[in-house]
Design a protein around this ligand. Structure first.
Ligand code: BDR
Ligand code: CA
Length: 307
């Protein structure tokens, strides 16, 4: 079994990405560590606990940072719904997270099994940056760090012209992680809109499965879907699930190893990924950037998880 540790600001697409990992026969999820992002921390913890319960698992869920490392949290509830899960009426309350703090869990899990843990990051990088600053030795001890964040080498962004939500929400944390020396692999929003848009045909395929998992995935994405269709897209897209697909099966991906700097502070450059495309100007390559992931393989993995 491959061992994943998932850091997540659990809302709709995080939840389906978590289902993909929890239900995959070759993946063992050590824990979910939760961060404020799409929704506030307490709501994200409830959403994560509900998702684990739905999958019939006992995976521990730990609460982490409620806020970015240096600023206040700006959520994405206008996109994902007030509860982050499409406001579709799920009972997302009263569950109790495991005792312990997410940042400690990230450090202890990685240091407890050097070279064995794949850290999959699906939210703002606040917990992960705090872990790196607390215990820099995790940088060499972690096997892979797959990040849904940024937006490839050409954009576009989904919060500003060039910034993607997870990096924009906590750009200082994204900067710390990107400069840390960790073995980073980025799946940006460009990959999601290129290969993970749920168009009418794919939406019909999800509905046709008619399992508790497919019904869950369709319902919790309904707010994002409405937003995307109203804004001229062919359907909602699934950034965290395609990052998870890549984490599970990186073989079909095309990647480029380049130097990346995430810009922090405020203004138009907040959370923007500066990429040295020439490969010799910006410094040593520090990120494996996914430049293509085939949509057919993604939807195969996605639909298998919901079947
Ligand atoms: C990312 O931001 C969140 O809204 C999604 O869950 C995903 O992690 C996409 O930009
Ligand atoms: Ca997310």
């Amino acid at each position: 079994m491959r061992r994943f540790l998932i850091d997540t600001d659990t809302a709709s697409d995080d939840a389906t990405a978590i289902v993909m990992a929890l239900r995959h026969p070759e993946i063992h999820v050590e824990a979910l560590t939760v961060v404020g992002g799409n929704v506030g921390l307490d709501q994200a913890v409830q959403n994560a606990l509900y998702t684990v319960e739905l999958c019939g698992e006992n995976t521990p869920v730990y609460a982490g940072r409620a806020t970015p490392v240096m600023r206040t949290l700006e959520t994405a509830q206008n996109i994902h719904g007030e509860d982050g899960m499409g406001d579709c009426g799920l009972p997302l309350h009263s569950r109790v997270p495991a005792e312990g703090r997410a940042v400690d869990v990230i450090v202890d899990t990685i240091l407890g099994s050097p070279g064995e843990i794949t850290l999959v990051c699906l939210g703002p990088l606040s917990n992960v940056a705090a872990a790196v600053l607390r215990a820099p030795e995790i940088v060499d001890a972690v096997q892979r760090v797959v990040v849904m964040g940024g937006t490839g080498v050409h954009g576009p962004g989904n919060v500003s012209a060039m910034a993607e939500f997870n990096f924009w929400a906590d750009p200082e944390a994204a900067h710390v992680v990107t400069s840390s020396g960790m073995p980073l692999e980025f799946v940006g929003w460009d990959i999601s809109i290129a290969s993970a848009v749920v168009d009418a045909e794919r939406h019909a395929a999800m509905k046709a499965l008619d399992t508790e998992f497919s019904r869950f995935a369709v319902s919790i994405a309904q707010a994002v879907r409405r937003f995307c269709l109203a804004n001229g897209l062919e359907g909602d897209d699934l950034p965290d699930p395609i990052a998870m697909a890549y984490a599970i099966d990186p073989a079909p991906a095309e990647t480029q190893r380049l130097h990346v700097n995430v810009m922090f502070g405020d203004g138009g450059h907040r959370g923007v990924m500066e990429v040295d495309r020439l490969g010799f100007i910006g410094g040593e390559p520090n990120v494996e950037i996914v430049t293509h992931y085939p949509g057919e393989r993604f939807f195969e993995l996605f639909l298998n998880a919901l079947a």
